[in-house]
Design a protein around this ligand. Structure first.
Ligand SMILES: C[S@@+](CC[C@H](N)C(=O)[O-])C[C@H]1O[C@@H](n2cnc3c(N)ncnc32)[C@H](O)[C@@H]1O
Length: 331
């Protein structure tokens, strides 16, 4: 970084040399010691030179002060640039991805960002008939038990009793019952299911369901509202995070994934399920839909998640799923 500097050495040397040359002007003296006319001239010229030197030094000092001011301004500017660059490196500043404006005219999560839990439940839950839970129209809804079974059986995830599992973007909570069954259903269990949602309406719906589950003695579920950029749970608290059809809905993926990584314990796992961006695999929607709905393909999403600090572990095969892939990452 630039720092304000002292009077440049070359200028200082120049001023000193000028002073020395003026002081070295020859003077003339008679043998009786009186000064001749010559010394008068010499004195005048010495005084004149000193004045010139003085004004030159003043000009140099003024220029130096101006330079110092300019250097100070540059210094502050560079400091700001360095701070911004450091922020970029830590992910504090993210340029949000571009979504298909025709497909998402009101924003990427407009359909979900609604406070009305009844309306959301009717549309997406509907006791198994809504868009998230209906197996006749959604591949995930057909495969919920198979997905959780693979999370248990695959050594790279090995979800088990006592684990804390985050269901990130839980929606209507379609994974709640099978996840609870694995990690522990009793209040005394150290295992915990934590459902995270950005939508106020889904949070309210999930809390209603969690209360009913607890009342029925079927387990304790914690529900938290997160933001576009943060999970809002304690750092290092989770063993496994599940994101099912959520990554393509993240408005600030890099920032959110960095924060999600911080929410996992060291060695914690991320199980990420999302759509293949390939019409040939999609049976639930018309041709062209997936290209609009999902902003990028599997390779690009994998690279983004790696850029957020996760390590790719492997892709898991889930029999019965053709539309969606399942990738596992490690913190
Ligand atoms: C297609 S739904 C999937 C719901 C659920 N995972 C499932 O498979 O049934 C996507 C969900 O992600 C949620 N979402 C979007 N951005 C989110 C974020 N930053 N954090 C948490 N949830 C988010 C939406 O509110 C929505 O409920």
């Amino acid at each position: 970084m630039l720092r304000r500097c002292a009077l440049p050495a070359s200028l200082a040397l120049g001023a000193a040399a000028l002073t020395a040359s003026v002081l070295a002007q020859p003077t003339y003296a008679r043998s009786d010691g009186a000064l001749t006319g010559k010394p008068k001239l010499a004195r005048r010229s010495t005084v004149g030179s000193l004045k010139a030197l003085h004004s030159r030094t003043a000009r140099i000092a003024a220029v130096h002060t101006a330079n110092g001011t300019a250097l100070g301004a540059l210094d502050r500017r560079l400091g700001a640039i360095e701070a911004a660059s450091a922020q970029n490196q830590t992910g504090a500043v993210e340029v949000p991805p571009v979504f298909d404006a025709a497909h998402y005219p009101h924003g990427i999560n407009a359909n979900f960002l609604c406070a009305d839990k009844e309306k959301l439940d009717a549309c997406y839950g509907g006791g198994g008939c809504g868009r998230f839970e209906n197996p006749t129209i959604r591949e995930i809804a057909r495969n919920v038990p198979a997905i959780v079974a693979v999370m248990q059986a695959a050594p790279c995830v090995a979800l088990r009793a006592g684990d804390t599992v985050l269901d990130v973007g839980a929606g209507t909570g379609v994974f709640a019952a099978p996840l609870l069954e694995v990690v522990g259903q009793q209040p005394s269990s150290t295992g915990q299911l934590v459902q995270l949602e950005v939508s106020e309406g889904f949070v309210a719906l999930l809390r209603d369901k969690a209360e009913a589950t607890a009342l029925a003695g079927q387990g304790v579920v914690r529900v938290e509202q997160c933001s576009d950029t943060a999970t809002n749970v304690e750092p290092g608290c989770a063993d496994v995070a599940l994101m099912c059809d959520v990554y393509h809905h993240l408005s600030m993926p890099l920032t959110f994934m960095r924060d999600l990584r911080a929410s996992l314990r060291d060695g914690g796992k991320l199980v990420l399920i999302d759509f293949h961006r390939d019409d040939a695999r999609i049976w639930s929607h018309p041709p062209g839909w997936v290209e609009q709905h999902v902003r990028a393909g599997q390779d690009e999403f994998r690279a983004e998640i790696e850029a957020a600090g996760f390590t790719f572990v492997e892709e898991l095969k889930i029999n019965g799923m053709t539309e969606n892939y399942c990738m596992v990452f490690r913190k």
